[in-house]
Each structure stands twice: as structure tokens, then as C-alpha cells.
Write a protein of this length. Structure first.
Length: 441
């Protein structure tokens, strides 16, 4: 038994993407690593032995279409469920139906579109039914399941990664839409291969975007004598701005900032500018990027070029004053400077080493000679006794120890020979030599 509402009417008044949605694997484009001959999902569908699984991939790569193909091939009850419109009440009703089917020896496949939109409590409601076999769960998500799906539920599902559709596959899909009677077949549409390739590239791996763009171009084509001609001017208007895949709160957000950070760390100026542009053009908040650059300036450059921090802070202030789109040049200025600067993580490593000791030795007392003594009682208790005021000495240095006794001799900051840090290294070596000579004397 299959839920009839799962299949919509394919009248020509429906969007093109809906009209030509494939109903079998032969018409499915892409995902050969999962659906090619002998591949795992293909075999599960052909043998009608579907297991609980998660389809993870960007928009428009066929997650829902693949579920509909399974719906058309399985002998199990198939229920389509949306995480956008459903709550706990609907979940319980569906689970009740599935449990009744199980008692009668029938399987139920439950497809949940955008499963990442369910909160923890909603996801937990499915868990016992998956465990005892009342339902076979198929979830579709654009978000990383590791972050968005409960570990208990995720451990009972196989995750399949669906890839963005290649330009060649996308072009084939568009040509089929031109020729298919469910699409524009029989309407005498004229569009060049070059224009189809432009749409395929513009779609950025998203079949829905590609088909919607094609439909817009054809509907706005020049009509004469029963024929429709799509011109380059129409194509350029339809693809004037690429819709970049980006979710400010999702995985792609972190992937892109990671790419920016690692490109700058690798002193790759051009890659740094590219990833910056990818984020800004997709609508990222410029102050977020500026804050990350300020962090980078000390984490990956530090005293190798202390000007890096000044440049990064100045870029942040410029973004705050001006905003987008004008502040893109200030961020580019900072990215190029940081990428070209000498690199050192000695500052970051110094803190990490000190933090480790600080956490492991939380009760370590401050040496008496370093303690403040504002009261007579504190002075009587020897607070501040033995303190040496550096400015009272000719070299502005003393041989006084400032670490707790158990940490004497510990080195946290190990300067490199990169850029300006080489001078810092030389100065610290001079200070250490002076102290060793005084202590030795």
C-alpha cells in the first residue's frame, strides 16, 4: 500500500522540476557511486530490502526523488513525513499506524524530509520504533548528520552522501527537459548547447535551480511562428547572479571560514582572497570575518609581525564604520597582508602550554615576593618581601624568579626566527644570559 498523496499531478501548470521528476532509476541523474550497477542503494532498491538510512547532500541533488523512487518500488507501506510541518502529535499518530502494520506482519518505510529540523525530543520519539523494527527510517538532510541528528538514532542508520551534480550530468538533464513531452518536448524550443552549459554551471550542482532557470529562460523566450528561441540576452538576465550554497549557521559556514583561515596560514594570497569573496558574496556578516582575522593575526603570526594585529583590528573598525559592500576592500587588504606576513604560532603555543599547567595546578600559590601588600597585616605576613623593582637597577633587570617553585625553569614561549620574532628571540636570549650570569655569580 502506497500513500497516493506522495505523487502529485504532472500537469503542465506544475513547475518543470516537478513535471519531469524521474519515477525510476533509469531516469535518475548523478550519484553513480550509490546507484550504479552493483552499488549498495541500487541493490537495496532492486531487492526491496531497504534499511534505515540518511541521505545527506546539498539541495537539489535528488534526495527526495530517490525516496519517491523507493516508494514506487517497495512492497512496504510508505509514509511521507515533513519535519517542517509535523510535531510530536503527528509523530505519535504515524508511529501508531506503523506499529499496527508491524503487528500484521507488514513493513513501514517512513521518509522524513529535512530531518535536521526535528529537535532532540522529536528525534527521540522515533528511536524505539526504529529499534524494534516498527519502521524503516529514511531521512533527508542538507546538514551534517553528525551535528544535527541524535547519536543514538544516527547509530541505527547508514549515512549515504549525495554529491552535487556535475556540469556534464546537469547539461544532460537540461537537454532531456527540452525533449521530454513532460517538459518542453513538442514545443519547438531552440536553445544552444552553450546556453545549456551556462545554466548547468550556474546551478552549482543543484538540479532544481538548473530546471527553474531553464523554465524561466524558455517562458521568456522570443516566440514566432509556433517556435520559441532562447537568446543570450535572456540567459544573461536569468543567471545574472549565482546563488551560492551557504548557510550561516550550517556546516558550509564553517567549511568556508576554515578554508579562508588555512589558505592565509599557508601564505596563499590568491586562495585567501577567493574564499573571502565566496563568503562575502554569499552574504556573510563582514564583522564575523574581521573578528576571525583579528584572532588569526595573533594565533598564526604573532610577534613575527606585530603589525598584523594592527592591520586586522583596523580592518574590523573599517567594517564597523562602513559596512558592506564598501568594506570588502578593507577585508581584502587585511587578508593579503596576513597571508604575505611571516608566520609563527609561538604566541598561541605559549598560552596553550601555560593554560595546561594552570588547569593542572589550580592550587599553586603566588610566591610571597610577588604578592601585593596594601595592609600592615599583609606586610607582617611577608607579602611582597624580597620583591625587586626592575627600574631600581641599571639594566632594568633582576634575577628574581616569578614562577611558582614547582614550575621554575618552565618555557612556554619559544620564539621562532621568522620576521620580527627573530629580534624578540635575540632579546630573550640576552635576558636569559644576563640572568644566568647573575645567578652563577
Amino acid at each position: 500500500m502506497k500513500q497516493q498523496s506522495f505523487f502529485d499531478s504532472r500537469g503542465l501548470d506544475n513547475p518543470l522540476a516537478s513535471r519531469i521528476r524521474p519515477t525510476g532509476l533509469d531516469g535518475f541523474v548523478g550519484q553513480r557511486h550509490l546507484l550504479g550497477e552493483g552499488k549498495v542503494i541500487r541493490q537495496m532498491i532492486d531487492m526491496d530490502q531497504v534499511a534505515s538510512m540518511i541521505f545527506w547532500g546539498p539541495p537539489g541533488v535528488g534526495k527526495t526523488t530517490l525516496a519517491r523512487i523507493i516508494a514506487g518500488r517497495t512492497k512496504a507501506n510508505f509514509i511521507d513525513f515533513s519535519a517542517v510541518t509535523s510535531g510530536i502529535k503527528e509523530i505519535r499518530e504515524v508511529m501508531g499506524r506503523a506499529e499496527n502494520n508491524r503487528m500484521m506482519g507488514e513493513k513501514t518505510i517512513l521518509f522524513i524530509d529535512e530531518i535536521h529540523r526535528f529537535n532532540k525530543a522529536q528525534q527521540d520519539a522515533f528511536l524505539p520504533f526504529v529499534e524494534k523494527g516498527s519502521i524503516i527510517l529514511i531521512g533527508a538532510t542538507t546538514e551534517n548528520p553528525s551535528f544535527e541528528i541524535n547519536s543514538a538514532l544516527l547509530s541505527r542508520c547508514k549515512v549515504f552522501v549525495l554529491h552535487a551534480i556535475s556540469v556534464d550530468d546537469m547539461a544532460a538533464l537540461l537537454r532531456n527537459a527540452i525533449d521530454d513531452p513532460r517538459g518542453f518536448g513538442g514545443q519547438n524550443v531552440s536553445i544552444s548547447d552553450g546556453m545549456i552549459s551556462m545554466i548547468a554551471s550556474f546551478a552549482n550542482g543543484d538540479a532544481r535551480t538548473a530546471l527553474n532557470t531553464l523554465e524561466m529562460a524558455v517562458l521568456n523566450g522570443e516566440r514566432e511562428g509556433g517556435a520559441t528561441t532562447v537568446t543570450m540576452e535572456i540567459i544573461e538576465q536569468c543567471i545574472s547572479r549565482k546563488s551560492l550554497l551557504y548557510d550561516k549557521n550550517g556546516e558550509e559556514h564553517y567549511n568556508l571560514i576554515s578554508a579562508l583561515h588555512k589558505s592565509i596560514r599557508n601564505s596563499d594570497v590568491d586562495a585567501g582572497v577567493y574564499w573571502l569573496a565566496r563568503m562575502l558574496e554569499a552574504g556573510e556578516e563582514p564583522l564575523y570575518i574581521a573578528r576571525r582575522l583579528v584572532r588569526f593575526a595573533s594565533e598564526d603570526i604573532g610577534l613575527a609581525d606585530s603589525r598584523a594585529l594592527e592591520i586586522a583590528v583596523a580592518a574590523y573598525q573599517a567594517c564597523h564604520f562602513i559596512g558592506m559592500p564598501e568594506c570588502n576592500v578593507h577585508l581584502t587588504h587585511a587578508v593579503i597582508y596576513l597571508a604575505a606576513a611571516p608566520k609563527s604560532n609561538a604566541v598561541d603555543m605559549a598560552y596553550m602550554g601555560a593554560a595546561k599547567d594552570a588547569k593542572e595546578m589550580l592550587a599553586e600559590p603566588v610566591p610571597l615576593h610577588l604578592r601585593n601588600a596594601p595592609t600592615k597585616l599583609m606586610k607582617d605576613l611577608s607579602y611582597g618581601e624580597g620583591y625587586k623593582y626592575a627600574h631600581d637597577y641599571e639594566d632594568k633587570l633582576t634575577d628574581m624568579d616569578c614562577l611558582p617553585e614547582s614550575l621554575l625553569g618552565r618555557k612556554y614561549y619559544e620564539p621562532t626566527s621568522q620576521g620580527s620574532e627573530a629580534r624578540v628571540k635575540e632579546r630573550l636570549e640576552q635576558i636569559e644570559g644576563w640572568k644566568n650570569r647573575r645567578k652563577g655569580g
